[in-house]
Design a protein around this ligand. Structure first.
Ligand code: GLA
Length: 714
């Protein structure tokens, strides 16, 4: 058999060493050139007291191959066959699609353990590497699978790790550590992706930033339980690994049965985090079904009226929204049977005649009559103990000990409906299908508002099956109603991953609309998701989650670099606020093509308390940046802004994109170019080289204020 496979695209090389009927990743990182290097060249020596032959982590690390770290596959047949030794049977490359992806396809077997493992490594034209793995029970009797992770090596110079964490209203915060010997594990055991889910596990050269340093990162496209780790073994080998976290006894493969692991996405960059994100963003954007229409301006009713549904009030809200330029009006929680607060009704997906005596039609027609699309909130995976459906079908509640066993702890007064039960699944499908058929609904805000720690179906752990049942529900509804867009909300950003995004069109990044909190939440979410998939709404002046008060300009600019909307009783705006909001909405509409298609850039601003980020058009003819002051500056005057990504040989007109909020500017500290631009509307004209190398002088802004910079090539 061949001794190597070599994939190469967009500055990335992957070299597989196939000697010894094994597969080892000899290199995943920067391009090594056209010729596939000889894998034998990479073989190291052995330790003084060690195996007789050198050991390098296999693609699926196994003790049988000498790996002393965490194995990539684990399982057993009633305690036997506990240590598989996978033998490579077949390896080939194929061209995966016309866009230029290449794929390495590998087949391993272990006759003694009765296993077949299939692995496909697909390197996209954008350099993103996808790892798909499955294991099949080819032996006699049941094989209990405990682990099937994807593991990739990173070189020793990757000395610092990055992962994300958080909680409700504070998602996607970054944490860094030095990589020492040992294992740093981030597991998600929420039955959903989780507010603290890490989104990526990354390792990089120490101090890697937005624009500098080498970075290797993995993301797991899965919405159930999961594990991510960075591990440095005693011999110094360092790996990143991610996989589904399986519960005890959850995957029992019958003879001939296959477990398919969720897809793993691996991004390498030599240009810091922006380079890493760019590969994710371009892969996501090239997917079938990526939203291709302009992302409509949203008004969501939640923070405007909460559960107080009233046709008159909501019609007025729709009028005020339409007047501002809103394009999608979303009726949030509170419309279905008995749902006057969060203690009842989930599962009873019938319009409540007490609140909506004529159904939703009068509101839907009013909204559509104003030229807006109508959207509706649902939470299909849940069931209130106090609901008609729970009273009629108590066995539809997912329980750890069988259909009539004890229930899990309630959370927001709700339980999970067992979608692995075909009758429960069919009921939920029928209800949603009926609603989508009866009303011209263009958008569903699909919520999921609780952790699910011990999901069970007929007495067995069912997180895996429940996750697949949710996917199937989404897939079949989309097939039946292809025009409907769906948002993944999970008490805010509790379900943000490329698994759910395979069947949804955006995420609700957080339940907090506090613009300061949103700055870090959106920065973290944007590491994998491009801005058009990140829902961000302008809330009331004082945030309902933090009681912080922010000027409208800061709130609006924060939502601008995302999928823009509002969640606010816009009937109550003052005239000034209304004009300002109208202006921002018009600006969003004029620039969303750029924000939602360009290359995301972030500026490293060491030693400052500010941030600058935005979008540069792929042809580098335009750019939009937000300059945001997060806290009081340690320096009297801000450091100049070195703007990345521009064409050094072109000149750009530089001007504020939106009028600078006079409240934002501290004590008249305005640089000359900006003073001129404000006074006369005359933009400065500066070369991309000067902007990148010397930088743009910035005004001193008060903390928690922002401005937008617009750059247009002349
Ligand atoms: C969750 C969502 C909110 C809102 C409420 C409604 O908390 O994240 O945006 O829809 O549910 O109950």
């Amino acid at each position: 058999m061949i001794d190597r496979l070599y994939l190469r695209a967009a500055g990335v090389s992957v070299l597989l060493d196939l000697r010894d009927a094994d597969a080892r990743v000899a290199h995943w990182g920067a391009d090594l050139g056209e010729q596939a290097p000889d894998p034998a060249f990479f073989a190291g020596g052995t330790g003084a007291s060690s195996f007789d032959a050198p050991v390098t982590a296999s693609l699926i690390p196994q003790p049988a191959r000498g790996w002393r770290g965490t194995p990539g596959i684990e399982g057993n047949r009633s305690g036997r066959s506990f240590s598989p030794r996978l033998v490579l049977q077949d390896a080939r490359t194929e061209s995966a699609d016309p866009a230029g992806s290449q794929r390495a396809v590998l087949v391993f077997t272990d006759d003694a353990s009765g296993l077949r493992v299939d692995v496909a490594l697909t390197l996209g034209a954008d350099g993103l590497l996808l790892v798909d793995q499955s294991v099949t029970n080819t032996g006699t009797g049941t094989y209990g699978l405990d682990v099937l992770d994807a593991t990739l090596p990173v070189p020793a110079q990757a000395g610092e790790s990055l992962d994300l964490t958080g909680h409700w209203s504070r998602e996607k915060h970054q944490q860094r550590r030095r990589i020492d010997q040992g294992t740093w594990v981030r597991s998600g055991r929420h039955g959903r992706t989780g507010h603290d889910s890490t989104l990526i596990i990354a390792a990089g050269t120490p101090g890697f930033g937005w624009r500098d340093g080498e970075v290797w990162a993995l993301h797991l496209g899965w919405s159930g339980d999961h594990t991510s780790r960075v591990e440095r073994a005693g011999d110094g080998q360092t790996v990143l690994a991610v996989g589904e976290l399986l519960h005890s006894g959850e995957v029992a493969l019958a003879e001939g049965e296959t477990y398919v692991a969720p897809t793993v996405y691996a991004s390498y960059s030599r240009d810091g985090l922006d380079g890493m994100s760019a590969r994710f963003h371009s892969w996501v954007r090239a997917r079938d079904g990526h939203p291709s229409t302009p992302r409509p301006v949203v008004l969501n009713t939640w923070e405007a009226v909460y559960f107080n549904h009233d046709l008159g009030v909501l019609s007025e809200l729709a009028d005020a929204a339409a007047d501002l330029g809103v394009e999608r009006f979303v009726l949030d929680d509170g419309w279905f049977l008995g749902r006057r607060d969060d203690t009842t009704g989930l599962g009873d997906w019938f319009v409540d005649p007490d609140v909506w005596p004529n159904g939703l039609t009068p509101l839907v027609e009013h909204v559509r009559g104003k030229g807006m699309q109508f959207g509706l909130w649902v939470e299909p995976e849940m069931i209130s103990e106090d609901s008609r459906v729970a009273r009629e079908h108590p066995d539809w509640i997912s329980r750890p000990d069988g259909r009539h066993g004890r229930m899990s702890l309630p959370w927001r007064h709700q339980q999970v409906i067992d979608l692995v039960n075909p009758d429960a699944w069919a009921y939920v499908f029928e209800r949603l299908d009926a609603l989508l058929s009866e009303y011209p609904i263009g958008f569903l805000k699909w919520d999921q508002n609780r952790d699910q720690l011990e999901l069970g179906h007929d007495g067995r752990a069912s997180t895996h099956e429940q996750t697949l049942a949710v996917y199937r529900l989404l897939d079949e509804l989309r097939a039946a109603h292809p025009g409907v867009e769906i948002e993944s909300c999970s008490s805010g950003g509790g379900r943000v991953d490329l698994g759910i995004l395979g069947r949804t069109d955006r995420v609700w990044a957080s339940d907090t609309n506090d613009a300061l909190e949103r700055q870090s939440i959106q920065r973290g979410t944007g590491l994998v998701l491009p801005p058009e998939l990140i829902g961000s709404h302008v809330g009331p002046g004082t945030s309902h989650t933090t009681r912080r008060t922010h000027d409208l300009s800061f709130r609006a600019i924060t939502s601008l670099f995302a999928h823009f909307g509002m969640e606010w009783d816009v009937r109550t705006l003052g005239e000034g606020e209304r004009d300002q909001l109208r202006e921002v909405i018009a600006f969003y509409k004029a620039n969303r093509d750029l924000i939602h298609s360009g290359r995301a850039v972030h500026v490293d601003r060491p030693g400052t308390e500010d941030a600058a980020y935005g979008t540069v058009a792929h042809d580098r003819s335009r750019a939009l940046l937000a300059y945001v002051v997060l806290a009081t500056s340690p320096n009297e005057t801000p450091a100049r802004l070195r703007i990345p990504g521009l064409d050094p040989d072109r000149h750009y007109r530089v001007a504020p994109g939106l009028p600078v909020d006079p409240h934002a500017v501290a004590f008249g500290a305005v640089p000359v170019w900006l003073k001129d631009a404000i006074a006369s509307g005359e933009a400065a004209v500066v070369s991309g080289r000067v902007l990148a190398e010397a930088g743009l002088p910035l005004p001193a802004l008060h903390p928690e204020h922002a401005m937008v910079l617009e750059l247009v090539a002349v």
